[in-house]
Design a protein around this ligand. Sequence first.
Ligand SMILES: [Zn+2]
Length: 407
Amino acid sequence: MNKQKTYFNLPKKVLFCKKCVSSNQLPRSIPEFIHTKDRKGAKYLNFGKDGICDPCKVHAHRDKIDWKTRENELINLLDKYRSKTNQYDCLVPGSGGKDSAMQAHLLKYKYGMNPLCITWPPILYTDYGRQNIQNFINIGGFDNLTFSPNGRVMKELTKLSIKNLLHPFQTFILGQKNLAPKIASKFGIKLIFYGENNADHNESLAESHSSLTEKSMYTHKNINNLYLAGLKINDLVKRYGFKYNDLLTFLPSKTNEIPKNLKVYYLGYFIKWVPQEAYYYAVENTGFKARPFRTQGTYSKYNSIDDKIDDFHYYTTFIKFGIGRATYDASQEIRNHHIDREEAKALVKRFDGEFPDKYFSEIMDHLEINEKDFFKWCDKFRSPHLWIKKNGKWKLRHNVNKTGEND
Ligand SMILES: [Zn+2]
């Protein structure tokens, strides 16, 4: 057992899954609006006594599912909601990436629904992201509503969420998750579809058996219990000069503002969701294009490429949890039988934690953060049980290749 201190309630002993390359330091999803500075109540990836993580078990279980029966369940569900008067009958949130492209396309062109697509735009669009959303609308053929949040507030909140939580993606996640139920309510749409269930990557086994998202993930009862950038809403207003109405854009609706019969489903519950296949599908049907170069921190070219902040986000997960983007990608590809564990370990060794310098200065300029300050903030988030500084350089104590400082 490690003697070093651990931050954020992280599991003291670092374990690696025997099937994939994820460690038990991976956080399970919580609604971002209850994310506090000390990650109070945070839960991490569950490992069985057999040393295998829950997402690997979820995937093994998926191989045994009768997908024809699941598709019939989907068709029955859609029949209940399909508009007979040519109104929008479902809503698909997305920013033009491969997954939302496939979701929307299947719903409209295979299952005959009339989806309204909505986009909460990335914090800093890449050229490829901008092109892909245009292709999605123009080649795929969809009605799409793009929401543009107050840029100044977005920037200030993103800066605070990096400083307080080392979480550059929080504003995007919040905005994107909470916008969908709000817009659906305005259009009288009762059905929202996301793609994959979170359980496929970081949730517990029990959560993967549901096709529905719980209401508590996108509604709230009392604004005094909510946090943004790790701060209470009241604090943001009183101490930082934000206006309530500017913050509401990022927050979930009050429970009574969302119709009781609105449902949020994962299409991945009904259809076997394989990211690589979603990529091929989007290339063929919505003009999706991969980035012509490898994403820094990993080896892939087509996963989450629309926001410049994305590469940066995975660098921060490497600091906080010792888990970089190559670990996420390689674990997913092992579970989908594209690569084996030895190949995955080699990819992690080569790319995990690579510093994403391509857009770094541009991001810092945009958010008005001093580069030196950013690195100082990073060091505050390195849990002593994960990191050690040797000869002026940070090293992981443990890694999947067993070459860490304390392995
Ligand atoms: Zn695993």
